[in-house]
Design a protein around this ligand. Structure first.
Ligand code: F0G
Length: 441
């Protein structure tokens, strides 16, 4: 097994460009103690050149070593923050497919469309890519307890990785606003689960204070090591395309950690010579939870205005005060990207179309296809463009939503009824062969 060189130069750096304060990689930081800015991990350039790295990454796909089998740690030379890989717990995260979807392409106004489906991860979402890194850092720091607030997927993932690593997991959820499938995962993986009568943003503010007071390691996406893991989604996507760069990468935006991770990974891949240009990043938000869309479309200057009461049935992205917006803005601007918002009806219909491709995803993920349809309609994305849309969560994460949509019972916030445009109701029948045969004919 080939190990990465020791990261003598790995450190934490303040993301705020007028500060750029530097800290040891082993400091527990979610914000800069000097200016309050976001924190990121930074490294010296990899010691291998691009052809060597590509060869190494490809060879590891043949390996039976756990680190090599992980779709995150396979690319460890690009995120070399650990000095000892015995801290890693891997559930073989990543390794998610690129799927062509002609029906969805047509719906989205494109000639072709590829989905990178993160729902194929061990706990069914892209959070696993980040969590293996966050939990490795927790173990390296000797932390015994980890915590997060979550709209459901982070908690499912953290619960699993903490259990596998022998850490105690504390989960804080917005009561009544997470899907049953995600809550069930947290319980099954044995996490201490608290449902709080507050929304995601309010609980995040609460647990930041609590974590410091009682010494728990926070694994929300302002944890820089989560971002390091989620970068690998882009490395794996490029590797699977033999390093051919798409024109656009489209993803849903909630707390905006994932777009921050994608942008960082892509810039680092460019700097390492693995690719020759950046794809454009398109972030799609749900209309009732779209503070980033509003900020960018108002010119992206001055104060950021959170949405006080975010609403959407795509509960994964029901976030009004996204912590990573400064990083996300940098990535959208650097990549000459776009930000779009979509309605509840648009999300629901796009989701059903992704289902009809035989692929399926959870509601937040379907914002991608709804956004693509809008962006091609507006001429922002060309119909010939090479587009990769990232489906962030598995179809089984939110079966209640699916059943309601197909039985014409889905009601959006504010009491607005969602049309069951592509509805597919089951038919209840008596056990009567003649009647059933009649139906089949
Ligand atoms: N899609 C899904 C399925 C998600 O679970 C999330 C975030 C997002 C998209 C948005 O990603 O926050 O990085 O912009 N879920 C978090 C959670 C907030 O707690 O599981 P983001």
């Amino acid at each position: 097994m080939t190990l990465a060189p020791l990261p003598a130069s790995a450190e934490l750096v303040c993301f705020n460009h007028s500060c750029r304060a530097r800290f040891p990689i082993t400091e527990i930081l979610y914000n800069c103690p000097k200016c309050g800015g976001l924190i990121e991990a930074a490294y010296a350039a990899p010691s291998m050149d691009a052809p060597e790295l590509k060869k190494l990454f490809r060879e590891r796909r043949m390996s039976n070593a756990p680190l090599d089998q992980s779709g995150v740690w396979r690319y460890r030379e690009l995120s070399p923050f650990l000095d000892d890989y015995s801290h890693v717990v891997t559930l073989r995260e990543g390794n998610t497919p690129l799927l062509d979807a002609p029906l969805a392409a047509d719906y989205g106004g494109l000639k072709a469309l590829t989905f990178k489906h993160q729902g194929f991860n061990p706990t069914g979402s892209f959070k696993d890519n980040g969590m293996t890194c966050g939990v490795a850092q927790a173990r390296r720091l000797g932390m015994q307890r980890v915590a997060c607030v979550s709209t459901g997927n982070t908690s499912a993932s953290m619960a699993a990785y903490a259990a596998a690593a022998g850490l105690k997991a504390f989960i804080f959820l917005p009561h009544g606003n997470i899907s049953f499938g995600k809550l069930a995962q947290a319980l099954e993986y044995g996490a201490k689960t608290l449902e709080i009568e507050a929304n995601f943003d309010e609980i995040l503010a609460l647990i930041r204070v609590l974590a410091e007071r009682v010494g728990i390691y926070l694994l929300n996406s302002m944890n820089p090591f989560r971002i390091e893991g989620q970068k690998s989604i882009m490395f794996e996507m490029l590797d699977q395309r033999d390093w051919r760069v798409p024109d656009w990468v489209v993803l849903p935006g909630g707390n905006l950690g994932n777009v921050s991770a994608f942008g960082k990974g892509l810039r680092e891949a460019l700097a390492a010579g693995l690719i020759g240009r950046l794809p454009r990043l398109a972030v799609i938000q749900a209309e009732g939870s779209a503070p980033f869309y509003e900020y960018v479309h108002a010119g992206a200057h001055g104060e950021f205005h959170p949405v006080a009461h975010p609403e959407t049935l795509a509960t994964a992205i029901r976030i009004g005060d996204p912590v990573s917006w400064p990083k996300a803005l940098n990535e959208v601007q650097t990549s000459k990207g776009a930000v779009e918002k979509v309605t509840e009806q648009e999300i629901a219909d796009a989701k059903a179309v992704i289902g009809r491709c035989g692929i399926g995803c959870e509601p937040a993920s379907a914002a991608t296809l709804a956004g693509i349809r809008k962006l091609t309609g507006a001429g922002v994305i060309d119909k010939d463009a090479d587009v990769v849309a990232v489906l962030t969560g598995n179809v089984l994460k939110d079966p209640d939503y699916i059943h309601k949509y197909h039985t014409d019972k889905l009601i959006a916030p504010g009491g607005v009824k969602i049309e069951s445009t592509y509805g597919n109701k089951s038919i209840v029948m008596l056990n009567n062969a003649d009647k059933i045969a009649g139906l089949l004919e």
